[in-house]
Ligand binder design. Structure first.
Ligand SMILES: [Ca+2]
Ligand SMILES: [Ca+2]
Ligand SMILES: [Ca+2]
Length: 261
């Protein structure tokens, strides 16, 4: 440090090393110090050799880059002094979310994120129906990432995700969340397939439209087989059953029969 020329060097000398006199010599960050100047070269030579032989912690450094577009790049650097610069995130817990729901309606699934270095994370979901996302994010460590997905077909699926700490560490896939996509949930009658599953006049109109006016088919046979007949036929008898239920105090629509899906 040339402390009589550089003010930062002077401050370091004054505040950190309790500066005592010129010329003073600090070797290897202050590991060896000569105050006032040695009279011969030998002690300096010995001090330099001692510094050279000193065991020091290895430095570990990782450089990562993000392409920002428009000819811009962000460079991120992590340095570990005697410890690894980066720690891998743990395998995440299974995602959480609804486990029984109808197809063709977006559902939200939550990924809880944790990272020992508090690195922000990219996440990748596999929804089990062939829908694997790109790496999405970054999301802050310690929070939740919510991902919407729409299943097109009834069935059973396993949802999993993994995380990437953007310093080269990608976890294994998390344990899975098992979901059941049923076009009929609980009871029949929701012919128009509204998300709340309500059975009301709009379902009756939907069924009339389908049976007699060339309208679209119910979401699935299982949801429209309101009288619960074994053959799962959707016909006038279901319509009568629904009218009876809605307006004449008749019995509730039949329970879902998954064999109709
Ligand atoms: Ca990390
Ligand atoms: Ca409905
Ligand atoms: Ca029927």
């Amino acid at each position: 440090m040339v402390c009589d020329k550089v003010s930062k060097a002077y401050d370091r000398m004054d505040q950190d090393y309790n500066f005592a006199g010129y010329p003073s010599m600090f070797l290897d960050g202050g590991d060896e110090v000569f105050v006032g100047g040695p009279s011969t070269a030998t002690p300096v030579r010995n001090a330099i050799n001692a510094c050279g032989a000193r065991a020091v912690d290895p430095l570990d450094m990782i450089v990562a880059t993000d392409w920002l577009g428009n000819r811009k790049m962000k460079v991120r650097v992590k340095i570990g002094n005697g410890v690894p610069a980066n720690t891998a995130p743990p395998v995440p817990s299974a995602p959480t979310g609804p486990t029984t729901f109808a197809p063709n309606q977006p559902q939200n699934f939550t990924a809880a994120l944790a990272e020992p270095d508090a690195d922000s994370l990219l996440i990748q979901f596999d929804f089990g129906d062939g829908g694997v996302t790109d790496w999405l994010g970054p999301y802050a460590s310690g929070g939740d990432a919510i991902m919407a997905h729409t299943y097109q077909a009834a069935g059973n699926y396993e949802i999993t995700f993994r995380v990437n700490d953007r310093y080269g560490e990608i976890t294994d896939w998390s344990p899975t969340l098992a979901v059941e996509v049923r076009c009929c949930i609980g009871f029949t009658g929701n012919t128009n397939g509204d998300a709340g599953g309500a059975v009301d006049l709009s379902d009756l109109i939907y069924l009339v439209n389908y049976l007699f006016l060339g309208g679209p088919a119910p979401l699935c046979d299982a949801g429209a087989n309101i009288n619960g007949d074994v053959g799962c036929a959707i016909d006038l008898s279901d319509l009568i059953y629904l009218v009876n239920y809605l307006f004449l105090g008749g019995p509730a629509p039949a329970a879902c029969d998954v064999s109709c899906e």
